[in-house]
Design a protein around this ligand. Sequence first.
Ligand code: DUC
Ligand code: ZN
Ligand code: ZN
Length: 468
Amino acid sequence: MSQERTVIRGGLVITAADEVHADVLVEGERVVALAATGSPAAQAWDAERVIDATDCYVIPGGVDAHTHMELPFGGTAASDTFETGTRAAAFGGTTTIVDFAVQSVGHSLREGLDAWHAKAEGKCAIDYGFHMIMSDVTQGVLKEMDVLVEEGVTSFKLFMSYPGVFFSNDGDILRAMQRSANNGGLIMMHAENGIAIDVLVEQALAAGHTDPRYHGEVRRELLEAEATHRAIQLARVAGAPLYVVHVSAEQAVAEIAQARDLGLNVFGETCPQYLFLSTDNLAEPDFEGAKYVCSTPLRPKEHQAALWRGLRTNDLSVVSTDHCPFCFVGQKELGRGDFSKIPNGLPGVENRMDLLHQAVLDGHISRRRWIELACATPARMFGLYPRKGTIAPGADADVVIFDPRRRYTMSAATHHMNVDYSAYEGRQVTGQARTVLSRGAVVVDGGEYLGHAGHGTFVPRATSSYLL
Ligand code: DUC
Ligand code: ZN
Ligand code: ZN
């Protein structure tokens, strides 16, 4: 049976490697060819559907390697379901997410993974994969890691924070790293010294410091840097690679840079909230600061220059969102009078591609680096490349027609995430996804949703492309 053909004409195709004026031919779910716009080859293509991309960029769909749809946290759950969160992602030009399945204490990885498959299956607008959060590193669980790698769940998140919930001690971390050194998995680390932080939380509350801004103060920069340093040394001892998630402190970037200068397989990720927001937001009056409570926390503005520099030098190589939304009303409010009870997390899955494009306009990164940080490197890092993260023959036709001149204001009134506030309320940005294809199907066009729940499928991942 012949497959439907779509041709995307007249745009500037931008990948991590190139910028070319080319037409793109899609057949069924895949890209099959690129040819110079106006060339005889491109003109000869006939297709059932023609998408005009004149004056637009044609970019790979975004790959957000860090989301938490429906995550149970702090007595509540993240407010985006897989259905609402992946739809919002599509509106924002992201066509793949890698979400975190959770192992709870006393349970197997399998139970956690099955539960997350059940939440996501038949619900997603775009393709998705899973990392596995490990909260209870037993001998049985170490063996399960090998099975998960075979099933395409090739990365494992461990926490040096949140004692009593997700926390793993150094011995457990070392064991998991040793296992990953053998099975090809990638350990992702939440690097904050949670034992020390809990002491500071207790002391802050005892002193009557209950406002959201104290969340940022107790989660000290040095405790992020210390944990980052320790994670790196443990990975060296184990001979394992390491991916440090949501890096926010300048001192933590320095630890990663030092490790990379030694030639170690240590990788850093940051998120838009650390690049565009700061402790000034956490200090907003009338409990508004609760909207910005996440961990690692927002830092003073001065840290942003180090993050941008890290993104340019590749000491930070991925920008993901850590999308973990909680409504202000009824969820963030759980922490009125006690900042430690504010559920941790910010919405952002819909905003990442546009904020990073704004960073291009602001002179922080180049256009190709934008695509590298938001599409190609996360795809390579987590075994999705070249199926995801680029536009090339054979790749999935996850393609975004991006209008680089469209100016709009970010707002909860117009976003599609299931959360009652925007972390970027009132911020003007230039550039927005106009048309979004997921595996050849147009899922968003001109502000209209044309996709459906269940179009998105689970993508088993290979091991990281960055490991020898
Ligand atoms: N950080 C957050 O802000 N939310 C969920 C988990 C995490 O590590
Ligand atoms: Zn984390
Ligand atoms: Zn997270």
